[in-house]
Each structure stands twice: as C-alpha cells, then as structure tokens.
Design a binder for this molecule. Structure first.
Ligand code: MLT
Length: 257
C-alpha cells in the first residue's frame, strides 16, 4: 500500500486504476476499507484514491486534530498526486471533511459526492454525546465505541457477515484517534451556508434507512445547492457504500468518464 507524507503525517492510501481520479473519504469510526466494494467497481472507469485519514486505519494514532486538518491533508495529497481538481466523495464524517475541503480550497473538488452526511453543526445535546464518545474511547477502547455505533450503522436487512465485517473495521481503530475525531466532529463548522456558495455540482447520496443522517433532511439541503442532485440508495442505512456498493458506484461512475 502506498504512503504519502503530507503536513507532517505519513498517510496510507489505495491508488488503483488510471485516468480521471476520484477520492473516496471514509467516515467514523472507520478507515478506507469501508469504500472497498465501491472502489472495486470503479477501477475499470478511472483512478480511485482511498486514503486512511490521519490517525485512522494503518496510520499512526493521533490524539488531537480538527476536521480542517483532515481537509488540509486531503488537499496536500491531491496536489502531490497531481489529481486536483477531481471529484471527491465523503461518507458521513468524510462528508464533513469534503465540505471543509471545498470551503478552504474552492475549486479543488470538481464535484462533491456527499454520502449519508449532513451540513448542520452539532446541537448542544449532540456535542455532549461527542464528549461522552471521546471519554468512552479513551476509557474503554474501540470495541466499546463499536458496541455503541454498530446498532445504528446498517439497515436492518444487513447480513450477519456484513455486521461482523464492519465491526472488525471499527474495532481496529486506535482509541486515541477515535476520541480526537469525536471532538473534531463536535467542533466542526456548520456547513449549511456553504452550500449555496458552491460552484461545483454536488450529488447527495443517502441510504433510505440511515438512522444517523436523517434522509428527510437531505432534500432541503439539496434545494440550497446551485447544482444539486439527490440519489436515494434503497436497502441501505448509514453505510451506503459498504451496504450497497454497486448502487453507490453507479452514482459515482458517470463522473469518471
Ligand atoms: C460517521 O459515520 O462518520 C459518523 O457517524 C458521523 C457522525 O457521527 O456525525
């Protein structure tokens, strides 16, 4: 697996295929493996870059960072690889990172694919839950975080194998990184007012059984966009790329031609 040095971090990433590139950004508490099924289906169409974000996956654990740091890493990676501007897809927390990227680096994402994510900042109650999640990760580790998150992640139709595979990814994340990411999400910007300022087309993709980023909230967000489209993924919860990789790959593939 290739590695790249950006902003004082050595990041692991997948780099497969050739031609027009797309970057696939994972969510919390996960790593690039959650995009594997989509990447497998897109490599025939273009170059697919799947980073493990700072501190996640095969990278060294990190005890403090912001979502802007993660966006800065992506920008530096895209510049070094010579792929910018190109489409960038983000799943949930990855969507927050992609919105932070588009805000800080206008034009670097030629298209945003926002998957199972939302634009609003956390409410005070949600911020308290982030504090509790960070404390849980620190005190009890990744398995405790997985215990809490797993029931909300997948549609009820998910197979036991899918549940086990996702848990394996969640349980392998460094606890310090999970705590830092919970606090980074707590402190993220509200991106609602960013949406009407985006020049790039945005495809908002959502699992119709997403229990974390409510499907009902998506249409009003897309209405704020200059060039927004909506893709509903049936039989998917909060992990549409993991649960229904063909449908999500179909939503991204046209941007690679
Ligand atoms: C994620 O899947 O990345 C997280 O559930 C996002 C969040 O908790 O806001």
């Amino acid at each position: 697996m290739p590695q790249i040095d950006v902003n004082g971090q050595r990041l692991c990433y997948e780099d497969r295929g050739s031609g027009t590139a797309v970057v696939l950004v994972h969510g919390f508490p996960l790593d690039g493996r959650v995009w594997q099924g989509v990447a497998d289906r897109l490599v025939a169409r273009g170059r697919v870059i799947v980073p493990d974000l700072r501190g996640f996956g095969r990278n060294a654990a990190q005890s403090a960072f912001t979502l802007r740091d993660l966006a800065d890493d992506l920008a530096a990676m895209m510049e070094q690889l010579g792929i910018a501007p190109c489409p960038v897809a983000g799943l949930s927390m990855g969507g927050y990172v992609v919105m932070a990227l588009a805000k800080a680096y206008p034009g670097i994402a030629s298209r945003l694919i926002l998957v199972d994510t939302k634009a609003a900042a956390d409410t005070p109650e949600q911020k308290q839950k982030r504090d509790a999640m960070a404390a849980l990760a620190t005190a009890e580790g990744a398995r405790a975080v997985a215990d809490q998150m797993a029931p909300m992640m997948l549609a009820s139709s998910a197979t036991p194998q899918a549940v086990a595979d996702l848990r394996q990814i969640m349980e392998s994340q460094p606890p310090a990184t999970l705590a830092a990411a919970a606090l980074a999400m707590r402190d993220r910007d509200d991106f609602t007012d960013l949406l009407p300022t985006l020049d790039a087309p945005v495809n908002w993709v959502f699992g119709d059984a997403d229990a974390i980023s409510p499907p009902d909230a998506v249409a009003p967000l897309v209405a704020r966009l200059n060039q927004g489209t909506l893709t509903r993924i049936p039989s998917a919860g909060h992990m549409a790329p993991f649960e229904q990789p063909q449908a999500v790959a179909d939503a991204i593939a046209p941007f690679l031609t």
